[in-house]
Design a protein around this ligand. Structure first.
Ligand SMILES: Cc1cc2nc3c(=O)[nH]c(=O)nc-3n(C[C@H](O)[C@H](O)[C@H](O)COP(=O)(O)O)c2cc1C
Length: 209
């Protein structure tokens, strides 16, 4: 892809699976790590965000960006919210797309669309670009139970080098709050992206929080 390993740009897609707090917290951490984040939000993700977090994002990308920046108190110059059919976004082309992408949370529908290269909206296209350019794609899939179809789609993508990270936080760090559970997942995602994190103590090391 067009970027080096030191490139601090990433694509983050929020789809309509349960787990909006994971996506929000991940966005917050990526911005805090000084990443430029291209954020793609599906229609269903907006519904889930409102349902689970009480955050109702306004319709357009610019208004949504303003609302998120206010909500997170984040830097304005690092967040790019893209429209669902903004085909001129850098994430739509292998010549310009960030080489890393996370779909968090990832619905079964988005999983299927990515596994079959549908490219029917910008998030699906962005994932297809990362796949064809041999970049790093992480899917934080959330559904239970998984059907054979879900499992087949995950296997297919895993065999292509995609990291499948079910939204399944552990309990061995003795979480006290929902935020602790969210941080467990986000810490594992950041680890896989190679981004320094101190959200959760590492197994076998002292508490670092
Ligand atoms: C509150 C809420 C929770 C949902 N939770 C899930 C879920 O955990 N997993 C899933 O695959 N779909 C879930 N769905 C259904 C998806 O949002 C729906 O299939 C949608 O079409 C996915 O589209 P998208 O992948 O483009 O966002 C949920 C929907 C709502 C409204």
């Amino acid at each position: 892809m067009a970027n080096s390993n030191t490139d601090k740009r990433i694509t983050l897609a929020w789809s309509g699976a349960s787990g909006a707090p994971y996506g929000l917290r991940l966005l917050e951490c990526l911005l805090a790590a000084d990443y430029e984040v291209y954020l793609l939000i599906s229609s269903a993700a907006r519904v889930v965000l409102a349902t689970e977090h009480g955050l109702k994002l306004p319709a357009g990308p610019d208004a949504a960006k303003a609302a998120l920046i206010e909500h997170l108190n984040a830097p304005t110059d690092k967040l790019v919210v893209c429209g669902k059919e903004d085909w001129f976004s850098p994430v739509a082309s292998g010549s310009a797309a960030p080489k890393k992408m996370v779909v968090c949370p990832c619905s079964a529908g988005s999983l299927a669309a990515i596994a079959h290269g549908m490219s029917d909206n910008l998030a699906e296209r962005a994932a297809d670009v990362v796949l064809k350019e041999r970049g790093q794609l992480l899917l934080v899939v959330r559904e239970t139970p998984f059907s054979t179809l879900h499992l087949e789609n995950m296997l297919k993508l895993s065999q292509m080098g995609v990291t499948i990270m079910p939204a399944a936080p552990g309990f061995y760090h003795q979480p006290q709050t929902i935020e602790d559970l969210v941080d467990f997942m986000v810490a594992r995602i950041l680890d896989h992206l190679g981004i320094e994190q101190v959200l959760v103590p590492r197994w076998g090391y002292d508490q670092r929080k």
